[in-house]
Design a protein around this ligand. Structure first.
Ligand SMILES: NC(=O)c1ccc[n+]([C@@H]2O[C@H](COP(=O)([O-])OP(=O)(O)OC[C@H]3O[C@@H](n4cnc5c(N)ncnc54)[C@H](OP(=O)(O)O)[C@@H]3O)[C@@H](O)[C@H]2O)c1
Length: 277
């Protein structure tokens, strides 16, 4: 049995769908099983830190989303180990080992979680993705209501990674031998600018979308629903550095899954309905 935290999130949901499709027993640890709309075949269990031992009864593998345990991650991992979990696949971040400032709050959050996993005594695999293609959902409210998208750093470059490519790597790391005590750096296959992402969503919709660049000083947290508000300023500094800097591109998705990572244009086609009004 594989336990999946964050199972209604971008990566967690894709992973649960994959595991159910291959007939693997999956326990989805969600904060609200009634609203989770998980696929038939997944066992939905309410995620609570009150009695963590009960979460892992009968499980041997764990997919861990960093915020799931928060400050209680060591206790969560100890309960998992005591219940029989042997291996944890952590959704970490490419900010680790990227040369970024180690006091950056996103670095601290993921480095802390990685250390807690190492200290747990469980075998581990760290997934270190760079920017998610799903960050483009930040523009969905604007795209549903008009053709102009206000945002920062039109020329900021990234190689956004499809959440289902991260899930596909997680699936292999959970099911196959050979991923223990290894970190995988994950990116999409090609660089694209922020303005280019908006154009690609427009092409998928059959609409001509325009990116209107805002000064970062004028960008409020409402434009970044995927960013914890206390991390926004640090992230804006990282976004500024992405202008004129070619992003890291790895072939790890292809090497591990046997299928090349999907470009942003395909992500936009996969999610076109999410941008319709
Ligand atoms: N966005 C990026 O560019 C990027 C880049 C590198 C790494 N990452 C990593 O990936 C993570 C985001 O993954 P994602 O997009 O799949 O996540 P997501 O869509 O934001 O959601 C994750 C799920 O986790 C659960 N959750 C949220 N807050 C929680 C909390 N405080 N305690 C317990 N469970 C909670 C929720 O599921 P339930 O309601 O069902 O419990 C939620 O649906 C980031 O936090 C970061 O660690 C992101």
């Amino acid at each position: 049995m594989i336990a999946v935290t964050g199972p209604t999130g971008n990566v967690g949901r894709a992973l649960v769908e994959r595991l159910v499709a291959t007939g693997r027993p999956v326990r989805a640890l969600t904060r609200d099983p009634r609203r989770a709309r998980l696929p038939t075949g997944a066992e939905a269990v309410r995620f609570s830190l009150d009695e963590p031992a009960a979460l892992f009864d009968g499980t041997t593998e764990l997919f861990l989303y960093v915020q799931a345990g928060g400050d209680h991650t060591p206790r969560l991992l100890a309960a998992a180990r005591a219940a029989g979990v042997r291996h944890v696949v952590l959704l970490s971040s490419g900010i680790i080992d990227s040369g970024a400032d180690e006091t950056h709050p996103i670095h601290v959050m993921h480095a802390t979680a990685e250390q807690q996993v190492r200290d747990s005594g469980l075998a581990w695999t760290f997934l270190r993705p760079n920017a998610f293609a799903a960050n483009a959902f930040q523009w969905a409210p604007q795209i549903r209501t008009g053709d102009t998208v206000r945002g920062v750093f039109a020329d900021g470059q990234s190689a956004p990674v499809h959440e289902d490519d991260i899930a596909a790597v997680a699936e292999r790391a959970l099911l196959d031998d050979g991923h223990e005590n290894t970190a995988h750096r994950l990116t999409g296959p090609e660089a694209i600018s922020n303005a280019g992402q908006v154009e690609a969503i427009g092409r998928a919709l059959g609409r001509d979308l325009r990116f209107a660049e805002l000064s970062p000083d004028a960008a409020g947290p409402e434009l970044f629903p995927h960013v914890p508000p206390d991390m926004l300023q640090a992230l804006l500094r990282s976004f500024a550095e992405s202008v004129g800097t070619p992003p890291e591109i790895t072939d790890t998705v292809g090497e591990i899954t046997g299928r090349p990572a999907r470009p942003f244009t395909l992500w936009a086609e996969d999610h076109v309905d999410d941008f319709k009004g």
